[in-house]
Design a protein around this ligand. Structure first.
Ligand code: MLT
Length: 202
């Protein structure tokens, strides 16, 4: 058995890139499967449950307060998740996945991009922030990243999201950062934009 509790749905359309689904705080491995099906019909879906518990709510790394991260834990958990992705690729014969992460899941996906860029083929970051204050970013040349932020998000300051987009761009990623007139939660616009973006990739 693999190192994370997870759900896996095999591809139903050959040649479509696998999607790694990363839930937000309090979610689990089931939450984003319907979203994955809407965004990437036919793709394999790999959906782990975050191992950190905060008041019983699963997350992908520890935080000291909302928006204040335990950076040593971010590094450790990103390494653990990168190992899981490799195990799952071996077990199921998968290509490198495109991450689709929401909130805390977007933040661990951003950490993977800067710490272990080889494990992801790209990422859709829904309401992401800078995961690590000080990051020697690896080479993200040519990796496609869609970032969708909310202009009324009470958790993520606009300059923080902009800084993440700039960091990823500086590392060579092809970043498309859109700011939607919405809050921290997902909107129909997120689904439409992310689906079209993924569709154009493949
Ligand atoms: C985080 O802890 O990753 C961010 O505060 C987003 C969240 O999970 O609410």
């Amino acid at each position: 058995s693999l190192s994370f509790i997870h759900r896996f749905e095999p591809a139903t359309v050959p040649g479509k890139p696998p999607i790694l689904l990363l839930h937000g705080t309090g979610g689990d491995e089931n939450d984003l499967l319907p979203l994955g099906g809407m965004l990437a019909p036919g793709s394999a879906l790999l959906s782990p449950r975050g191992k950190v518990l905060e008041g019983g709510m699963p997350r992908f790394f520890r935080r000291l307060a909302e928006g204040v991260f335990d950076e040593a834990d971010v590094r450790r958990r990103a390494a653990e998740l990168a190992d899981f992705i490799q195990e799952a690729r071996d077990a199921h014969g998968l290509a490198a996945p495109i991450a689709v992460g929401f909130s805390n899941g977007a933040n661990i996906a951003a950490a993977l991009l800067v710490l272990r860029p080889e494990v992801l083929a790209g990422a859709v970051l829904l309401r992401a922030m800078v995961p690590l204050a000080d990051t020697p970013s690896g080479d993200l040349s040519g990796k496609p990243v869609l970032m969708l932020s909310g202009s009324m998000d009470p958790i993520i300051p606009a300059d923080n999201a902009a800084r993440l987009a700039a960091q990823l761009t500086a590392a060579g990623a092809e970043v498309d950062h859109k700011i939607l007139p919405t809050g921290h939660g997902l909107s129909q616009a997120d689904v439409t934009i992310a689906r079209n973006w993924l569709d154009r990739l493949t």
